[in-house]
Design a protein around this ligand. Sequence first.
Ligand SMILES: [Zn+2]
Ligand SMILES: [Zn+2]
Length: 378
Amino acid sequence: MANDYYATLGVRRDAGADEVKKAYRRLARELHPDVNPDPETQEKFKEITQAYEVLSDPRKREMYDLGADPFASGGGGGGAGGFAGAGFPFSDIMDAFFGTSASRGPRSRARRGRNATLRVELDLQETAFGTTRELSIDTAVACTSCEGSGCAPGTHPDTCDTCHGRGEVQQVQRSFLGQVMTARPCPQCGGFGSVIRNPCPECSGDGRVRTRRTVKVKIPAGVENGIHIQLAGEGEIGPGGGPPGDLFLEIAEKPHPIFEREGDDLHCTVQIPMTAAALGTNVTIESLDGPEGIDIKPGTQSGQVITMYGRGVRHLNESGRGDLMIHVNVETPHRLDEEQEDLLRRLAKLRGEERPPGKFAPGQRGKLSRIWDVFNQH
Ligand SMILES: [Zn+2]
Ligand SMILES: [Zn+2]
């Protein structure tokens, strides 16, 4: 036997009919001349098809397994080149190339509408606590004149003359395998099986019209920059009376002049003079909930973080809020007048800090150290 059909299809000798069929389909899709027209691939395609013809037919397979010529007793066309005979597995080939061989029938005019995306700019107050917005969107709605059918009032679609309502036309194609019957969507009706001779004048047969629509949407608390909110069924209506797509709101959070958001926590920086940091004070700061007084303890260091629990952004879809982290920045006085400089020198002398040694402290850079500070506080 010149060819090992099992090796050609890449299946074991005890492979079942299903396995053989699967292997053939996979290879046929890969090696089909329409996909890969070079002569070598075409030769390979012939080989796998011949192997399949034998292994998919129990009688031929038995003969082949016994070492006899499976094409000898008039089962097929007889060997390579002439195998497009009566026993040729055309339906399986059609399956492999064109998907299911089951009749597809005409397709519906109704299709689902497209999704739409709308960018919504919100400020921090709105994302933190949620809001309700009225949004104007340019969209497609069902045509009231024809109720989505696309036909002028009082008319109906006519059955297509070309495909007689089937939506597809058969075509005989000549290929190296012989004549192959293929089906393609009817060019006359576009595959719908019917033709609208009197399109609705309002929508030109589309079944929908473009308009500007206002939607009132509730934006939940806790959304953040880049998040998408899906509003099911609020997108464009589909053509031919099809269902609407979805509307997606893309949240764009405007930067806040004071607060920097990190998840549901907010960060801000408060500047206090060196003397206040040393002696302690009470300052009023702005929070999302209005002005709040905070205690600066005596001896507060620059970079220290004061956390106000539950004063951040509300958690999305759950209770509670993030925190507000107040980063203290101690201002070193400069442009001292004579009296001030004298006072500071006396203080330095009293504290023995006239010639202080430099001391290394853990790195203090950016947010990482801020977070470090928060942990150190607890
Ligand atoms: Zn219409
Ligand atoms: Zn047609």
